[in-house]
Design a protein around this ligand. Structure first.
Ligand SMILES: Cc1cc2nc3c(=O)[nH]c(=O)nc-3n(C[C@H](O)[C@H](O)[C@H](O)COP(=O)(O)OP(=O)(O)OC[C@H]3O[C@@H](n4cnc5c(N)ncnc54)[C@H](O)[C@@H]3O)c2cc1C
Length: 451
C-alpha cells in the first residue's frame, strides 16, 4: 500500500478501548498517515513527515547505532557548541530503549580512565536528578518550586505562547530557526533549548509553563521531569538565578550562523553585556528566599507486592516503551500492553512525530498490544482478558502512572520492577540543588555496572 492510499480512519471515541497494535507493522509513511487520521488534533504535517526520512527514528537498532558513536572526550571538549559531539540519545533514553546505566557503561568502555567520561556521565546525572526531584515532588514540578530568584520588570507573564513565535516570524533569525527545528525535527541541542527558553521567559515575558507545554508537544524526548524542571531552572524558580544569554554567547556557540544574516543584527533583544541585559530585564536587588531542601522520596512501595505471580501482564509506560523495559525482561513470556492514555493526550498534546517515534519503539516489542483510553481501566480489563493474576510495571517517577498503579492495586497486585541502577543514591538526603546530589553520587555513577 502506498502512503497516499488514504486508509480508513480509526475513530477514537471516549470510553472506547481501541486496539492500535496493527499500526506497528506499517511502514513509516503509512504509520504517519494512520496516526494523523486517528489523532487529527496532533500537531505536525503528516504529508511532510511521511515524505521525509526522519532525523531520529524510534527503536532499538537506531539507538544502538547512535550509542556506538558516543565519544566522551570529544563530548567534553565540544558539547556546548551546536555542532559539538553531543549524543542525540535523549529520545531513546526517554522511552527506556536505553537505560542510563547502559549508556554510562558504553561511555566508560570507550575511555582509558573514568574521569575522561565524567562530563558525559554527569549530564546523564542531570536526567537521573530531575527524575528523583519529580519522584519527590510529584505534581509539584508543575508549579514554581521556589519564588523567582529575581523580580522581572514585566509584572504579568503571558499564559499562552505568542503567535509570532509559533509561526517562526519573530524577526530574530536564531529564534525563528530554533522554532522551525523544534517543529520539523522534534529535537534541539541543549544550548538551543536554553537560549529559546531564556528569550521567551525573560525577553518576551512568557510564563515558563506555557513554554514547557509547547516543548512537550514537539520534543521526541519530551519528559515532564527534564523539561519542566529545566524550564524552572531557566526561569529562576528552581535555581540561584535566571539563565540569561547575550548575542556574543550565541554567536560563539553557533559559529555566527544565525547572526550573520539576521535583519536585527546589532539591535536585537539580546545585544549587550550581561550586566546591561540584567538591568533591562530585572528590578534591582535579589528577593530573599530560604535555601531549598528537597527530601528524596521514599521508595515507591504503596502499589507493590513482593509476591511472585505466575502470570503477570507487563504494562509498558512512556518511560519503558521498549523490549528492554525492566518489567518486560523480568517476565519474558508475559503478555505486553501499552496504553496511550487520554490524560496524556490531553495534557501533553503530543505531535505526530512524537507519536510515530513512540510507535517505532513499541514495534520492537514482540506481541505488544496498544490501546487508547484510561490506563487503570484498560490495564485491569486486559489483565482479566489474558487471565493474568498481577501487573508488572517498570519503576517510574511519573505521577500519572503511580496514581493509576495505586488505583489498580485495589483489585490486582502491582509489581514495580526496578530499573538498572545508575548510581548509589542511598546517601542523598537533599535534592535542593544538582551540585549537592552529584557530590554524593558521582563516584558510584562513574563505576560500570557490576564493578
Ligand atoms: C528548556 C529545556 C527543556 C528540556 N527538555 C527536555 C526534555 O523534555 N527531555 C529531555 O530528555 N531533556 C530535556 N532537556 C535537557 C537536554 O537539553 C536534553 O536532554 C539534551 O539536549 C538531549 O540531547 P543529547 O541526547 O544530545 O544530550 P547529551 O548532551 O549527549 O547527553 C546525554 C544524555 O544525558 C541526558 N541529559 C543531558 N543533558 C541533560 C539535561 N540538562 N537535563 C536532563 N538530561 C540531560 C539526556 O538523557 C541525554 O540524552 C531540556 C533542557 C532545557 C534547557
Amino acid at each position: 500500500m502506498s502512503a497516499a492510499a488514504d486508509p480508513p480512519p480509526i475513530e477514537v471515541h471516549a470510553g472506547e478501548d481501541v486496539d492500535l497494535s496493527p499500526l506497528l507493522t506499517l511502514p513509516r509513511a503509512e504509520l504517519i498517515t494512520r496516526l494523523a487520521a486517528i489523532f487529527p488534533a496532533a500537531a505536525g504535517s503528516a504529508s511532510r513527515l511521511a515524505a521525509e526520512p526522519p532525523a531520529l527514528r524510534g527503536g532499538r537498532a537506531a539507538a544502538v547505532a547512535r550509542l556506538a558513536a558516543v565519544d566522551p572526550p570529544a563530548y567534553a571538549r565540544s558539547r556546548n557548541h551546536v555542532d559539538g559531539a553531543v549524543s542525540r540519545l535523549s529520545p531513546w533514553i526517554r522511552h527506556g530503549v536505553l537505560s542510563l546505566a547502559e549508556v554510562r557503561d558504553a561511555a566508560l568502555a570507550r575511555v582509558l580512565r573514568p574521569e575522561d567520561a565524567e562530563k558525559f556521565v554527569s549530564e546523564l546525572g542531570w536526567r537521573d536528578y530531575w527524575r528523583r526531584v519529580q519522584a519527590a515532588l510529584g505534581d509539584g514540578i508543575f508549579t514554581d518550586i521556589e519564588s523567582p530568584a529575581r523580580t522581572a520588570r514585566r509584572p504579568q507573564p503571558l499564559a499562552a505562547m505568542p503567535a509570532d513565535v509559533l509561526e517562526a516570524r519573530t524577526g530574530m533569525a536564531c529564534i525563528d530557526a530554533f522554532v522551525r527545528a523544534l517543529h520539523d525535527t522534534g529535537w534541539l541541542h541543549n544550548h538551543e533549548r536554553m537560549w529559546l527558553a531564556s528569550w521567551l521567559l525573560h525577553v518576551r515575558g512568557v510564563h515558563w509553563r506555557a513554554g514547557a507545554g509547547w516543548f512537550l508537544t514537539h520534543l521526541l524526548d519530551g519528559d515532564p521531569a527534564s523539561n519542566h524542571l529545566s524550564w524552572q531552572w531557566v526561569a529562576g524558580t528552581f535555581s540561584a538565578k535566571p539563565y540569561l544569554f547575550n548575542r556574543e554567547n550565541l554567536e560563539t556557540y553557533t559559529s555566527g550562523r544565525h547572526c550573520r544574516d539576521c535583519p536585527l543584527l546589532g539591535r536585537c533583544d539580546v545585544e549587550g553585556s550581561y550586566e546591561a541585559l540584567d538591568a533591562r530585564l530585572f528590578s534591582p536587588g535579589t528577593p530573599p528566599r530560604p535555601p531549598l531542601r528537597i527530601r528524596p522520596a521514599a521508595p515507591w512501595v504503596s502499589a507493590t507486592t513482593t509476591h511472585d505471580h505466575r502470570r503477570p501482564l507487563v504494562w509498558l509506560t512512556l518511560d519503558s516503551a521498549a523490549a528492554t523495559s525492566p518489567a518486560a525482561t523480568a517476565h519474558p513470556d508475559a503478555p505486553r500492553l501499552f496504553v496511550i492514555d487520554r490524560r496524556w493526550l490531553a495534557s501533553e498534546r503530543p505531535a505526530l512525530g512524537r507519536l510515530a517515534f513512540l510507535c517505532e519503539c513499541l514495534a520492537d516489542v514482540q506481541g505488544v498490544e496498544i490501546r487508547v483510553g484510561d490506563s487503570a481501566a484498560i490495564v485491569a480489563a486486559r489483565a482479566a482478558a489474558h487471565g493474568c493474576d498481577a501487573v508488572a510495571v517498570a519503576d517510574t517517577p511519573c505521577p500519572h502512572v503511580r496514581r493509576a498503579a495505586a488505583a489498580l492495586s485495589a483489585t490486582l497486585p502491582v509489581h514495580v520492577v526496578a530499573c538498572p541502577p545508575f548510581c548509589d543514591a542511598s546517601r542523598v538526603d537533599d535534592l535542593g540543588r544538582f551540585s549537592r546530589y552529584w557530590q554524593r553520587v558521582s563516584r558510584s555513577a562513574l563505576r560500570p555496572t557490576g564493578s
